[in-house]
Design a protein around this ligand. Structure first.
Ligand code: NAD
Length: 417
């Protein structure tokens, strides 16, 4: 049976990459364990007066390169192993992007679609109080992730600021612009995914003809990735979300689909000329050139890896490909551009937001996007250098960049002495 524990999958890639680089276990063993795991119980008064208690987590993986940084997700399947893996990937991602942060992640086990807005706000604020001792602008800075958004970040910022006694916009990123958010943050992850996708397509020589794109997930990352591709004149032939999957070989109208969803429509009810409804998972195995999974982890597994027809995969989501599936894709010669490179644009602009908050000096959208382009380009080239040096996959190339950078910082600080 395939191992779907994302933390163990992360450890397998870590071990393999370190062996490839000739590292002794004692040089990297600290990366196998999060520095801190916090589990909290969060009581919430529901609208009917009933009290329910939710479980929440904040895992801080490594801080050698700077304060911890990582998103917060609300999902019914969120558990400690998922949050631990996501925290470790954040350490690696910040190192690949070469920004001065370590890695962390948070989560609450909850289906937010079952809560009213007031219940969601009480849950967010009570969770923030519970984790307040371990977060802060110099300690650990949350951001949006699955089912969390700028409004929720605003509630976190406000709750933390009330506890601190003065406004602390730097405690969280992905906030509304009016209370210290950065221009360009909402689209940053997707913009970065598209930049890396185009670079990777050119690198592997797939830029000779018009490419057909398929995108799984239509949230912050997937929806905006599909939109940026569509706006750029690219053919997006298949998209899916939690409710369904639609396909049109001639290309979908992404603007129309996103407007339909924003107005409360369900993807499985979307109708347009030439559009076919498919089973939700069909997006992964559709005949396309570029597959961009942007939903959740463990989507490409031993069960479907053999059936994938894309010529290249760009991971917009964190951990969408299992360790075993990765090996199958490699054996078929399908390059996989890993999450820690492909989706690092979000944390790069989160870093810019944090810098602006600490300085109380805000940048234009052009400045943000120019600096993002520079960072994404540098990250891509650093990964390609390692990939070529070791004759390995993009994933192990990216891990190699990250592991080397973290080990250098850890050795300079010698936190275990
Ligand atoms: P989101 O909540 O905005 O969107 C998630 C999307 O996935 C929704 O459209 C949902 O319908 C869809 N989905 C859920 N289950 C699905 C399934 N089984 N099949 C198809 N679609 C499904 O979340 P997001 O912020 O876009 O995050 C998506 C992924 O990107 C996650 O892995 C997250 O960790 C990662 N990520 C997000 C950011 C960010 O800035 N938001 C940054 C880096 C990585």
């Amino acid at each position: 049976m395939e191992n779907r524990n994302p933390y163990e999958n992360m450890l397998s890639v870590l071990n393999e990459t370190c062996t490839m680089m000739g590292k002794k276990e004692s040089e990297y063993v600290f990366l196998k364990y999060p520095e801190r795991e916090v589990k909290v119980s969060v009581p919430v008064e529901m609208d009917d007066g009933e009290i329910r208690v939710f479980e929440g987590y904040r895992v801080q993986h490594n801080s050698a390169r700077g304060p911890y940084k990582g998103g917060l997700r609300f999902h019914p399947n969120t558990d400690l192993n998922e949050v631990k893996a996501l925290a470790a990937w954040m350490s690696f991602k910040c190192a690949v992007a070469d920004i001065p942060f370590g890695g962390s992640k948070g989560g609450i086990t909850v289906d937010p679609t079952k809560l009213s807005k007031r219940e969601l706000e009480r849950l967010t604020r009570n969770f923030t109080e519970r984790i307040a001792p371990v977060i802060g602008p110099e300690k650990d800075i949350p951001a949006p992730d699955v089912n969390t958004n700028s409004e929720i970040m605003g509630w976190i910022m406000d709750t933390y600021s009330r506890l601190a006694g003065s406004p602390r916009p730097g405690v969280v990123t992905g906030k509304p612009i009016e209370i210290g958010g950065s221009l360009g943050r909402t689209a940053a992850t997707a913009a970065g995914v598209c930049m890396i996708a185009h670079k990777a397509i050119a690198y592997v020589g797939l830029d000779k003809e018009e490419n057909r794109f398929a995108v799984q997930g239509l949230g912050n990352v997937g929806g905006l990735t599909a939109q940026i591709l569509y706006d750029g004149g690219h053919r997006v032939i298949c998209v899916s979300d939690v409710n369904g999957c639609v396909y049109n070989e001639k290309g979908l109208n992404i603007t129309e689909i996103r407007a339909f969803l924003a107005n409360g429509g369900k993807l499985n009810e979307y109708k347009a000329e030439g559009v076919q409804q498919l089973a939700r998972e069909a997006v992964l195995t559709i005949d396309c050139d570029v597959l961009i999974p942007c939903a959740l982890e463990n989507q490409i597994t031993v069960e479907n890896a053999d059936k994938i027809r894309a010529k290249i995969i760009v991971e917009g989501a964190n951990g969408p490909t299992t360790y075993e599936a990765d090996k199958i894709l490699a054996s078929h010669g399908i390059p996989v551009i890993p999450d820690i490179l492909a989706n690092c644009g979000g944390v790069v602009v989160s870093y810019f937001e944090w810098v602006q908050d600490l300085q109380n000096f805000y940048w234009s959208e052009k400045e943000v996007n120019d600096r993002l382009t520079e960072k994404m380009s540098a990250a891509f080239h650093a990964v390609v250098d390692m990939k070529e040096k070791y004759g390995t996959t993009f994933r192990k190339g990216a891990y190699a960049v990250a592991i080397n950078r973290i080990i250098v910082a850890e050795n300079m600080r010698k936190s275990w002495h």
